[in-house]
Design a protein around this ligand. Structure first.
Ligand code: URA
Length: 434
C-alpha cells in the first residue's frame, strides 16, 4: 500500500477502507509515514469529510496506538464524562462523587487548562497534597475501593492522537468534525469506561460556537462510541455565559463543595443532575424520572459530599481544609466591579471572561506556564439578573502576578448593564442518545 494512493483516494472523495486508515495511523505513529503526507491526508479529510464507518475506524486505530485501560472487572458500572471545555466548568468535581456514591465506578483522565478554558487537573491540584499522578495499578485500585479516580492524562494514552493533534494545529486542520470527534473519542475509548456522557459546550466561550456545529460534533462522537460497543449519550450545554458563578481554580473547587453541601448555583446543579440521571439510565437501566430523583437525593442527603471527601483523601488531598464548613483560601485582594446604572446584567462575551481570569493569573497562555490557583472571578450577578446602580456585579480576586487593568478591560467589553432583560437560555439545550 502507498500513502500517496490513500491521500489521492480521500482527496477525490472516496471512502477509505479500514486497512487504508490503519496503514496511515500506524505509519504516522511509527514514523514510516512522514508528517507532510499525514498532513495532506488530514487536509483531504478536512475538505471531503469522513463517513461514520471511516470515523469509527480512525478512532479505533488511534485508541489502539497506546495503552488501553482494562476496566472489565467493573462490568457495566464504569462511567466517564467528557466536556469539550468552557469557562467555569467544575462539573466533574460534583458529578464524579455523585456517581460514586450511587455505586458507579468513575475512572477519569483529565487535562490542564489552556487559554480561556480551565482544566480539572489544575482545579484538583488547588487542594493541598492532591496528586493526579497515579500509576495504572493505583488508579484501578482506587476505582475499586473508593469508586473514583481522576488522573492526569498519561503520555501512553492514544499517542497517535497527541502527535496528530500537534500536526493539525500547525497545518490549520483542527476545525474538522470527523477529526475532532475521533481525537476526543480515541482518548475516551482508551480510558476504558463502558458508559460515556459527552458534554458538548456551545456558545461564545466554547470550541463549538453554534448549536448546529455542537450537535454535529455530539452526534459524530455518540456514533463512534456506539460503534465501539460503548453506551453513549451527549448533552449540548450553554457556554454563552460561564457555568456557575466562579472562574478560577480554588474558587471553582469551593463552588463545587458548596453545591455538594446543599448550596451552589442552579445552573451547575441542573447540569450535574441531568448528566447523573443519564448515567443512572445507562448504568442501572433507570427511567429519566428515577435517575433525576436518585441524583437529587444523593446530593441533598450529603452522600455525594462524603464520597467527595473520601476521594480527595485517597489522592493525598488535605480534607482538613474543608472541616467546619471550611473552604480553600482565595486571593486576598478583592476588586469589586459595580453596576453604573439600574437594569439587567447582559453577558455578551464568555470567552473574554475566561481571558480576564487568565490575566488575573488563573489560566495559562502556553502549556507549562505557572498559574495562581487562588486568583479568579466570582460573578455576584448572572446574565439576566436585575441590578440597581452600585450593586456589585462581580469580584476580581487578584495577587501580585495579576494584570488587573487588562482583566478589567476584557470584562468591560463583555459584561454590561442594559435597560431590557436580555434573552436567556437553559443550561441544558439538548440531549442526544443513540
Ligand atoms: N480536543 C481534542 O481532544 N481534540 C481535538 O481535535 C479538538 C479538541
Amino acid at each position: 500500500m502507498r500513502m500517496y494512493d490513500v491521500i489521492k483516494k480521500k482527496r477525490d472523495g472516496g471512502e477509505l477502507t479500514h486497512d487504508e486508515i490503519a496503514f496511515a495511523v500506524k505509519g504516522f505513529t511509527d514514523g514510516s509515514v512522514p508528517e507532510k503526507q499525514m498532513s495532506a491526508l488530514c487536509m483531504a479529510v478536512f475538505l471531503q469529510g469522513m463517513s461514520d464507518r471511516e470515523c469509527a475506524c480512525l478512532t479505533g486505530e488511534m485508541a489502539a496506538s497506546g495503552d488501553m485501560l482494562d476496566l472489565s472487572e467493573f462490568g457495566e458500572l464504569t462511567a466517564d464524562k467528557h466536556s469539550t471545555g468552557g469557562v467555569g466548568d467544575k462539573t466533574t468535581l460534583v458529578l464524579a462523587p455523585m456517581c460514586a456514591a450511587l455505586g458507579m465506578k468513575v475512572a477519569k483522565m483529565s487535562g490542564r487548562g489552556l487559554g480561556h478554558t480551565g482544566g480539572t487537573v489544575d482545579k484538583l491540584e488547588s487542594i493541598p497534597g492532591f496528586s493526579t499522578d497515579l500509576s495504572a495499578t493505583r488508579f484501578t485500585e482506587q476505582v475499586r475501593n473508593v469508586g473514583i479516580a481522576v488522573a492526569g492524562q498519561s503520555a501512553d494514552l492514544a499517542p497517535a492522537d497527541k502527535k496528530l493533534y500537534r500536526l493539525r494545529d500547525e497545518c490549520a486542520e483542527v476545525e474538522s468534525i470527523p477529526l475532532i470527534a475521533s481525537s476526543i473519542m480515541s482518548k475516551k475509548l482508551a480510558a476504558g469506561s463502558k458508559n460515556i456522557v459527552l458534554d458538548v459546550k456551545c456558545g461564545d466561550g466554547a470550541f463549538m460556537k453554534t448549536p448546529e456545529d455542537a450537535r454535529a460534533l455530539a452526534e459524530a462522537m455518540v456514533k463512534i462510541g456506539t460503534a465501539h460497543g460503548r453506551r453513549m449519550a451527549a448533552v449540548i450545554t450553554d457556554m454563552d455565559s460561564p457555568l456557575g458563578e466562579g472562574i478560577g481554580n480554588s474558587i471553582e473547587v469551593n463552588e463545587a463543595v458548596e453545591l455538594l453541601r446543599g448550596g451552589g448555583p442552579d445552573d451547575l446543579r441542573e447540569l450535574c443532575v441531568t448528566v447523573c440521571a443519564l448515567l443512572c439510565w445507562m448504568c442501572f437501566g433507570k427511567t429519566e424520572d428515577e435517575g433525576r430523583r436518585m441524583a437529587e437525593d444523593v446530593l441533598d442527603s450529603g452522600r455525594a459530599y462524603e464520597s467527595f471527601l473520601e476521594w480527595i483523601k485517597a489522592q493525598g488531598g488535605d480534607t482538613g481544609v474543608f472541616a467546619n464548613d471550611g473552604l480553600l483560601p482565595v486571593a486576598e485582594t478583592v476588586i469589586p466591579v459595580k453596576a453604573e446604572s439600574d437594569g439587567y446584567v447582559s453577558i455578551t462575551g464568555c470567552e473574554r471572561i475566561g481571558i480576564a481570569a487568565l490575566y488575573l493569573g488563573a489560566g495559562r497562555k502556553n502549556p507549562g506556564d505557572e498559574i495562581d490557583r487562588t486568583a479568579g472571578i466570582i460573578l455576584r450577578r448572572k446574565h439576566g439578573d436585575r441590578v440597581s446602580k452600585g450593586d456589585v456585579v462581580l469580584e476580581m480576586y487578584a495577587s501580585e502576578v495579576s494584570d488587573v487593568e487588562a482583566a478589567k478591560a476584557e470584562l468591560g467589553e463583555c459584561i454590561r448593564v442594559t435597560d431590557h432583560a436580555p434573552e436567556s437560555f437553559p443550561v441544558v439545550k439538548d440531549i442526544i442518545v443513540y
